[in-house]
Design a protein around this ligand. Sequence first.
Ligand code: AMP
Ligand code: GLY
Length: 435
Amino acid sequence: MNILIVGSGAREHAIARSLHNSPKLKTLYCLASNNNPGLQNICFDMQVADINNNETILKYAKENNIYLAIIGPEGPLANGVTDVLAGSGIRVVGPTKELSKIESSKSFTRDLLLEYKIPASPKYSVFDSIKGAQGFLNYLGNDFVVKYDGLAGGKGVKVSGDHLHSHKEALDFCDQLIQKGGKFVIEEKLIGQEFSLMSFCDGNCLKHMPAIQDHKRALEGDLGPNTGGMGTYSDANHSLPFLTINELNEAQKINDLTAAALKNKYGYGYKGVLYGGFIATSQGVKLIEYNARFGDPEAMNVLSLLESDFVDICIGIADGKLKNIDVNFLRKASVCKYAVPQGYPDKPIKGEEIKVENIKNVDGLFYASVNIENDKIILAGSRAVAIVAVDDSISGAEAIVEKEISRVEGPLFHRKDIGKSILIQRRIDHMRTIR
Ligand code: AMP
Ligand code: GLY
């Protein structure tokens, strides 16, 4: 069985390792954007190519008799690589172009929830010109968010109080988005604690993964610019210390209802990972955004906890037979932290060597934006390596990660506070004050 992984970050390294760990007989292939040494070790063949070119992916898949393809990042999904591969009879974990709009269009998702009466959206309005924007901002007052209605690599969202300090600044940003030729969404700013809840989805059946909290800000104390995610944790009960069981159930239900809404609207189901970015508020759980793929770093947490056979799960998703497949996760906590280049995300150091030979547990090391060049690991400009630990408690896992990450050498930094009790207590206290 030949399996293709598209993408080459730590998420894809985690995907490849979980496939590799399955006892099923298989050969792994990868189409990559960088020469990730982790993927290179595991995969029988790996090519650096333009993963946003569907034809390149199809040609490679056909040449290598691919049985199943797993699409890591959002770009190829939004380009419709699933439609192209499935059109040639290849099984795919990842939704079609049409259903990937759940991530690639903010207005699509908000309108879907409205149409199917899924009560998880803040107040919102969609604009294709500046007309009406001032009026809607007046209606929202001081708590507003402006979002570009497309993929923007985490740079398309600006939040009042954080990035925008007046209606004028908001309208200027709206103008910029219009100039880019885009639509935009203005919505109410929600107050609460964010968490990720990902579900495996085969078009009909959903199997939920443990809830995770990501940390988007670059610096300790949730300060500094937004990033792809600096680190994540999950708890042994598969919920989070600041969430009630009802809140977790609400998030699971929203994923269930959204998958059902997509099936009803389009006549076929969503196959892949449905990733809800949620926020627990005083008014219950609301949806911040959907992603059409595994989260990064969330994938490293859940796949490190996965006890069941990941090859079976992937085939179950693609064949619509997930119902009969075991999906079990260890009842343990997990912590993942990224070591990132100094200057990340605005001006990351590139081209310098890092060293990981002092790492004790290589199973907890995932390579991301690094290249292997003449046997040296060279920074490629984004998050470099992720370190993961699984333990009985979050604080136990955090302590292991800290020890390991301090053994990575190079011009790097990471957030020491992620997973520490003091930060988690702040989340719990915050929820107590707003509930
Ligand atoms: P998104 O790309 O939609 O995930 O937005 C990026 C970040 O902006 C989220 O992780 C939130 O921190 C913040 N954000 C987006 N929408 C809202 C909202 N309606 N209320 C509060 N924060 C938001
Ligand atoms: N952890 C954020 C993302 O994967 O988009």
